[in-house]
Design a binder for this molecule. Sequence first.
Ligand SMILES: NC(=O)C1=CN([C@@H]2O[C@H](COP(=O)(O)OP(=O)(O)OC[C@H]3O[C@@H](n4cnc5c(N)ncnc54)[C@H](O)[C@@H]3O)[C@@H](O)[C@H]2O)C=CC1
Ligand SMILES: CC(=O)[C@H](N)C(=O)O
Length: 367
Amino acid sequence: MSCVRAVRGLAPVCGFQPLTVLSRGVSFSPRQVASDASFHSVSFSESDHPRVLITGGLGQLGVGLAKLLRKQFGKYNVILSDIRKPPAHVYQSGPFIYSDILDYKNLREIVVNNRISWLIHYSVLLSAVGEANVSLARDVNITGLHNILDITAEHGLRLFIPSTIGAFGPTSPRDPTPDLCIQRPRTIYGVSKVHAELMGEYYHHRYGLDFRCLRYPGIISADSQPGRGTTDYAVQIFHDAVKAGRFVCNLRPDTRLPMMFIDDCLRATLEVLEAPPETLGMRTYNISALSFTPEELVQEIRRHLPDLQVTYEIDPVRQAIADSWPMVLDDSSARSDWGWKHNYGLPELVQTMLNFTGSDSRKARAK
Ligand SMILES: NC(=O)C1=CN([C@@H]2O[C@H](COP(=O)(O)OP(=O)(O)OC[C@H]3O[C@@H](n4cnc5c(N)ncnc54)[C@H](O)[C@@H]3O)[C@@H](O)[C@H]2O)C=CC1
Ligand SMILES: CC(=O)[C@H](N)C(=O)O
C-alpha cells in the first residue's frame, strides 16, 4: 500500500497500521492506547466528572450550556472560552479563559494545563455572517476545526461539534430530510459543517477519536443574542413584539424551517455526550423539535399580543439560504438510538419566550 499524508501537519502514514502519527512535532498513537471507539471514556476515571472546555462560548448557546454542565459536573469543571470579553455576569459565574481556536499552541496549553477531557466546539461564523466574510469563515470554521481535531485526538478527549440544518442544500430531500442523504450546501458555513461531520467521523474511525455530533435546527433563546444567522428572525420577533409591538421580517411568510427551544437543544447535547458509546449507531445525528413558518409563528404570538404588526422586507441572501435548507428534519435515529425527545412545541415555546422577554423589558423600563 502506498504512503499517504493523513492530514496536514501529520507525518505520512503507510497503509493503515500501525497508526503512529506525528502531530505538529509530538507523536501520538491512538492504536497504542486501544483500538476501539470507546477508549476515550476511560481518560478520566468513572467516578470523576469530566473537565469540559467550551470554545466560542460567548455566543447564543455557550453560556446556557456552561450553566447546565456546571450544574451537573460542578462549577470549576466547566471552562468557557472565547476571543471576546465576557460580560460581568458571565465572568462572575465560573471559569472563563481567552482562547482563539486559530492559535494551536494556546489551545493545546489550555487543554493540557486544565486536564480537559471533553471539548465542546462552538466557535463559528454562522450562515449569513459567513457569506459576508468568506475568508474569515474559512479560517475559523475549517482551519480552526483542524486545530480542534488534532488536539482532541492527540490528548484523548471526547469531542462534541454541532452541525446544522445548514449542512444540507437544495438537492437534499427537504421534507423530511433524513440523516443520510445528498449534502451539497451552498454556503461556506454549510460546506464547513459537512467537512466537520466527515472529518470527525474520519478521525473516529481512523484514530478512535470519541467524536459526537448533532445537527441542530434554528435555536430560539430568550436570554442570549443570536449570531446573525438565517433562522434568527424567530428570536428577534419576540424582542421587537414585546418592546415595540411591531416586527420587520426578513424571510417570506411561508418559509418553513426546523426550529428548537434552547433548553431542548442543550439537554440533547448533554444527553448525547453522556450516551454510552454502544448506543450510538452513528456519530452524526439530526435532532428536531418543530417546524414553522414566520406566518405561523406570528399567529401564535398574536394569541398573546393581538396588536402585533408585522411587515415583510425580504433579505435576498437569507431567503436564498433558507430556501435551500430542510423544512422538516427526520430525527428518528436519535429518538430510537439514545432516546432523544423534545419538550417544547410551538405553544410552549411562544409562552416561555414571551414570559422571559416580557419580564426582561419590564425590568429594563423599571431601571
Ligand atoms: N444558534 C443556532 O441556531 C445554531 C447553532 N449551531 C451551532 O452551534 C454552535 C454555537 O452557535 P452560536 O452560539 O449560535 O454561535 P454564535 O455565532 O452566537 O457564537 C459563536 C462564537 O464563536 C466565537 N468565535 C469566532 N471566532 C473565533 C475564534 N477564532 N476563536 C474562538 N472563538 C471564536 C465568537 O466570538 C462567538 O462568540 C455553532 O457551531 C453553530 O454552528 C447549529 C445550528 C443552529
Ligand atoms: C441554523 C443555523 O445553523 C444558524 N442559526 C443560522 O441560521 O446560520
